[in-house]
Design a binder for this molecule. Structure first.
Ligand code: UD1
Ligand code: CA
Length: 468
């Protein structure tokens, strides 16, 4: 068995993206498009991948990490020139897969098919048929005395008739390294764009009497190249469908997969039901039998089992078994919502730990607090964690009861089982089991309401009244 290597071309600028980010780093379902290509290549070659970098080289290298080899293409003189930069790192013999960093939908099985069909050819081009082939190199097939031949014509060099051809070059190839070494350096930039086209190698190899094959795959979606943001959205939709199908096969119910947006690295357990308009991002892990959404956004969070999470946002936090969140809650980074905890409507939690069974059912801000289990925070409780200059942390003991509309001025320690009367502004620590109450005394003035209400009636109504 011949040794197989892969080179991924990723040095181009990607002008048509109109972006300051190198094209191959634009994300698709939560990870840079280049990562998908490199993973597919690595799966077939056992990790023997060289990435050709140029535009934004430093950024690309940082993003992809030290696991891969890199070749630098200082000037972007075309795909042929890009591949030349990787030659010195390749062995003398073997097979080489060439992939484009901007065609992220390719999968291991297609590369394996390409290698199979390559057989003993000098080069094999992966092709497909496209309803709209604009922008791609066209495959021109003709048969001469020396057998079937193929040629690739770039869009900018194609005649009107050639442009009608629907079979296109995917930009993915398999080469016999021996021939590549011999003929790649012979490419010239004789074309409309004055670039070294890798596609010209196809003609060159055949002129020299070597066999070049085409491996046509039926599923065009696999080779979709991303040159602009319309194609980026198109590719993302295809990737999303793949992710959703794979999760559904693993036992996740999606009420409407077409409005469910899940990143590639997300994991979800069986019997979890996802309602529409839900976005699950980053490295989120969700357990089994949860109910998520509708309208949820979950970013890099860990959600355990049987959690109900409706119309809410959570980021970089943990939500434990059987907790109830939402509707309309916002759980910010660094929070840990314990088992069976209830976080209700219009509650914001930030960098706080809330232990088992505690309830924060409505209209609260809970920032920088540790709350023991079985506590209850009434409607409108605000933890005042910021004094205008610094943040302070507080703690609330187990089983404490914080009455409605209380302000807790941090830093504070509220003891176990303490009772804070509604409307209290707490400025000092409260010992365990104590009642804290701080309100001004109420006064009732007989008849005063009537007078006040009359006075404040608008002039017009008054006039009406007088007429009657
Ligand atoms: C290329 C092919 C075209 C094919 C299409 C498939 C050539 C000449 N054309 O066209 O036949 O149908 O891909 O998507 O090969 N790159 C470099 N250095 C360079 C130029 C490009 O590394 O100097 C990289 C880019 O980062 C990109 C890939 O090569 O990942 C393809 O380059 P791009 O400019 O997008 O080529 P296309 O015009 O799409
Ligand atoms: Ca391209």
């Amino acid at each position: 068995m011949l040794e197989t290597w892969a080179v991924v071309l990723a040095a181009g600028e990607g002008k048509r993206m109109v972006s300051s980010l190198p094209k191959v780093l634009h994300p698709l379902c939560g990870r840079p498009m280049l990562r998908y290509v490199v993973d597919a290549a690595a799966a077939v070659t056992g990790g023997k991948v060289i990435i050709v970098i140029g535009r934004g080289a430093q950024l690309v290298r940082e993003e992809m990490g030290a696991r891969w080899r890199y070749a630098l293409q200082e000037e972007q003189l075309g795909t042929g020139h890009a591949l030349m930069q990787a030659l010195p790192q390749l062995p003398a013999e073997g097979l080489l897969l060439v992939l484009c960093g901007d065609a992220p939908l390719i999968e291991k099985e297609h590369l394996e098919q390409l290698i199979r069909e390559h057989g003993r050819s000098a080069a094999t081009v992966l092709t497909t048929g496209l309803a709209d082939p604009a922008g791609y190199g066209r495959i021109i097939r003709h048969s001469g005395d020396s057998g079937a031949r193929i040629r690739i014509v770039e869009e900018s060099d194609a005649s009107a008739d050639e442009k009608k051809i629907s079979e296109v070059n995917s930009g993915i190839y398999c080469f016999d390294i021996k021939y590549l070494r011999r003929y790649l350096p012979a490419l010239t930039p004789d074309n409309a764009q004055r670039e070294y086209y890798l596609t010209d190698l196809v003609a060159l190899l055949q002129e020299q009497g070597h066999r070049v094959s085409a491996c046509r795959i039926e599923d065009w979606r696999v080779v979709l190249g991303i040159n602009d943001r319309c194609q980026l959205a198109e590719a993302a939709a295809i990737m999303r469908e793949r992710i959703n199908r794979s999760l559904m096969r693993q036992g996740v119910t999606m009420v409407d997969p077409s409005s469910t947006y899940i990143d590639f690295d997300v994991q979800i357990g069986p019997d979890t039901v996802i309602w529409p308009q839900t976005v699950i991002q980053g490295r989120t892990v969700i357990g089994s039998a949860c109910r998520i959404g509708p309208g949820a956004q979950i970013i890099n969070a860990e959600i355990h089992d049987r959690v109900i999470f409706r119309q809410s946002v959570v980021e970089e936090s943990v939500i434990e078994n059987e907790a109830l969140v939402g509707p309309f809650a916002y759980i910010r980074p660094g929070s840990r919502i314990g088992p069976g905890v209830k976080i209700g409507d219009f509650v914001e939690v930030k960098n706080s730990r809330i232990d088992a069974g505690t309830k924060v059912p409505h209209l609260s801000y809970v920032g920088d607090v540790d709350i023991g289990g079985g506590a209850n925070l009434g409607a409108g409780v605000i933890v005042v964690n910021f004094d205008g200059r610094r943040k302070h942390r507080s703690s609330i003991g187990r089983g404490a009861f914080i009455g409605c509309n209380s302000n807790l001025i941090s830093p504070l320690e509220i003891g176990e089982g303490a009772f804070i009367a509604a409307g209290t502004t707490v400025t000092r620590n409260v010992p365990p089991g104590a009642l804290a109450i701080a309100r001004t005394d109420q006064e009732n003035c007989p008849g005063a309401a009537d007078r006040l209400l009359k006075k404040s009636q608008p002039q017009k109504e008054k006039a009406e009244e007088e007429k009657n």
